[in-house]
Design a protein around this ligand. Structure first.
Ligand code: WTA
Length: 659
């Protein structure tokens, strides 16, 4: 494994921070949990499952037929009842579940009692529109309360939802709809982003063409004009608002599918990660309780993720609501209408627990210390990080400038596939080191192994694996068991391979080193190199493309594409510099349209050839050296070793264009 910056700073990283004494004294979870879980892992998880309300108790904790797991076999429950109704029944219906902050400044606070009614109405509406247990429902919405309500309404009916991030293009959405076979989609006219309404409905309309979707339920958010197809499209306010506000929920099997969420893998086709109900809810609720030390009566929690990503699923909807949390959800971007918007929100709602991503933290660092300094952040008590490795510098900045030197930082490692946090500090227990995700959570078995699958020693690096099944684990890839086995379980014998590199330091603490496969991590979003290459090659002027992730100070990684043009296009780009520049812009926009704006390459390099082995495999490793502007590695296996000089010549010394 190569040693990136995260590795080199390991040797010098001697700082560590003990939990504040009062936090440690009152922590939800103490060091005993590690012991308890290691003594009897299954009993430990069964105890955590009792945090939920079950209609029928399970008969077996785990049925493990590698690599297929069933947790809490025979148990039945309803996820929406666990997230909403039971809190109302317990007498806390007046507690605010969601403080919604719209980007334009409109707000809504929704109590658990109100949420219960909204979910019941939405469930009744979906039933009227024909949704039944097992039917897949697409959700393509901005970050508005209806997104949470829609997900819970599906869960209530036992109909798995598939949420697609509002920034994805029609093509990306269509692929996902097709794969799920959904017949109904919940969307909106649009949402607010960067100070203006952004339309969603036209994309949704284009996306359903040629799919099985024949019904759309449309939330009115922006009020902009949209096309409406009679008989197919229904306004949410027409259909949902007139429903009864009670709904009899059915209990479903613990293994009833809860959702399918698409994520990038090493091929162009996104994988539909399947999660089920009982185990998923158990682990999301437990980890949220343990890692954020949630005190539901006094804490105000805010996770800044979008509902379209797994973080939004697990740590906005299911974990926090199962725990009866009060939380903030925010529709917009951190710099609208000003760069202090996040801190203004923290101040306004008295946020105590904040969960965000390293890319955001680095952006705030860049904007300057004086911005957060202008707000009262004294209510904060724990700060979370997720999505990519957090560099020690960003970690320290987060601690000092947001956490007033006094909030534990919980760096949480997990994936869409793991469903819930796997590696993270316990804020009342762990002495945290800047940049380390520390150790596996109680009940989770993690290791770092070498090429042969043998555990490495302290101070050594290798591949991160999960060595025992866990309750929130993916149950498969939707409709493709072979790919599930192949992707995660074939690399090492009876261990789940996460695709990440990691290192154990001398104390055995874990440091994540980023992806080791062809998946890039752009601002915490997984994007596969192949997906972008396919998008580029779909442009009529492109003959071949190779894409790599290069390190980027703000987004973690940035996309760099090497493109070979087709004959005549190549000639005109060669002859006319302006034509070349224009084409580069065109290609960037093309990828933006095909996949979504987050996938736009930072740089597109027009090259005459790509480095290939004799068998024709593109050597991305060498392209990465160029993209990172470092010395080019071993070229002996190249078919034509002069090609690297030709490509390197094309690389501008200065980095990056930004949008
Ligand atoms: C990366 C997001 C280092 C990792 C929850 C993983 C991290 C991928 C961390 C999953 C972290 C996530 N430290 N790397 N704390 N958290 N990652 O599926 O490469 O969007 O495999 O899930 O993000 O991304 P996904």
């Amino acid at each position: 494994m190569n040693s990136g910056p995260a590795l080199s700073n390991l040797s010098s990283e001697t700082r560590h921070f003990d939990p504040p004494a009062d936090l440690a004294a009152n922590a939800n979870v103490t060091a005993e949990a590690y012991e308890q879980a290691s003594t009897d892992r299954l009993a430990f998880w069964a105890e955590q499952a009792r945090r939920l309300d079950w209609t029928t108790e399970w008969s077996e904790i785990l049925d493990w037929q590698p690599p297929f797991a069933k947790w809490f076999v025979g148990g039945t429950l309803n996820a929406a009842v666990n997230c909403v109704d039971r809190h109302v029944e317990a007498g806390i219906g007046e507690r605010v579940a969601l403080h919604f902050e719209g980007e334009p400044g409109d707000t809504r606070s929704i109590t658990y009692a109100e949420l219960q009614k909204e979910v019941a109405k939405a469930a009744n509406a979906l039933t009227e529109l024909g949704v039944q247990q097992g039917d897949r429902v697409m959700i393509y919405l901005p970050m508005i309360p209806e997104a949470v309500v829609a997900m819970l309404a599906c869960a209530r009916l036992g109909a798995p939802h598939s949420v697609v991030f509002g920034g994805f293009s029609a093509d990306s959405l269509r692929t996902r709809i097709g794969d799920t076979g959904a017949k109904l989609m919940i969307t909106a006219d649009g949402g607010y982003r960067r100070g203006k309404p952004g339309a969603l409905k036209p994309t949704a309309d284009a996306a359903i063409e040629g799919t099985a979707v024949d019904t759309m339920l449309v939330v009115r958010r922006t009020g902009e004009d949209v096309d409406f197809t009679e008989g197919r499209d229904h306004w949410w306010h027409d259909v949902v608002d007139r429903q009864e506000d009670t709904h009899e929920a059915e209990a479903f099997d613990a293994e009833n599918p809860l959702f399918i969420l698409y994520t990038s893998g090493t091929t162009a086709k996104p994988k539909g990660i399947l999660h089920t109900t009982g185990g998923y809810l158990t682990q999301t609720a437990y980890t949220h309780h343990a890692v954020f030390d949630l005190k539901p009566v006094t804490d105000v929690y805010w996770c800044t993720a979008d509902i379209g990503w797994v973080t939004g699923h697990s740590y906005i909807v299911y974990g926090p609501l199962a725990n009866g949390a009060t939380q903030v959800i925010y529709e917009g971007t951190p710099d609208t209408p000003h760069k202090g918007r996040f801190w203004e929100i923290v101040q306004k709602y008295g946020v105590t627990l904040l969960y965000t991503a390293p890319t955001a933290i680095r952006t705030f660092m860049k904007w300057g210390d004086d911005i957060p300094a202008g707000f009262d952040l004294s209510t904060l008590r724990i700060l979370g990080s997720v999505g990519e490795p957090i560099n020690p510098e960003a970690w320290m900045w987060y601690r000092e400038h947001i956490g007033h030197d006094n909030c534990p930082i919980v760096d949480t490692w997990w994936q869409t596939e793991t469903g819930a946090m796997m590696i993270a500090p316990l804020p009342g227990v762990t002495s945290t080191k800047p940049g380390s995700a520390q150790v596996a959570l109680p009940g989770v078995s993690v290791d770092v192994v070498d090429e042969s699958g043998t555990a490495v020693g302290d101070g050594e690096g290798g591949y991160l694996v999960l060595s025992e099944p866990w309750p929130a684990m993916l149950r498969g890839i939707w409709g493709d068991d072979e790919r599930y086995k192949d992707t995660y379980w074939s690399r090492f014998d009876s261990m789940y391979f996460a695709g990440d590199g990691a290192k154990k330091d001398d104390d055995g603490d874990l440091w994540l080193l980023g992806r080791v496969d062809d998946v890039m991590n752009i601002s915490g979003h997984r994007i596969s190199t192949t997906e972008i290459e396919s998008a580029l090659v779909s442009h009529p002027k492109v003959a071949e493309a190779a894409v790599v992730g290069a390190s980027d100070a703000t987004t973690g990684q940035a996309i760099v594409a090497f493109v070979i043009l087709r004959g005549s296009a190549a000639e005109s780009a060669e002859d006319d510099e302006q034509a070349g520049e224009d084409l580069i812009q065109e290609l960037r926009n093309h990828v933006g349209r095909e996949i979504g704006p987050i996938a736009k390459p930072r740089q597109v390099m027009l090259v005459p050839e790509l480095p290939k082995t004799r068998s024709g495999k593109i050597m991305r490793r060498l392209l990465k050296d160029i993209a990172e502007q470092r010395e080019i590695g071993d070229v002996t296996t190249l078919n034509d070793s002069t090609i690297m000089d030709v490509i390197a010549d094309k690389m501008p010394a200065a980095a990056a264009k930004e949008d």
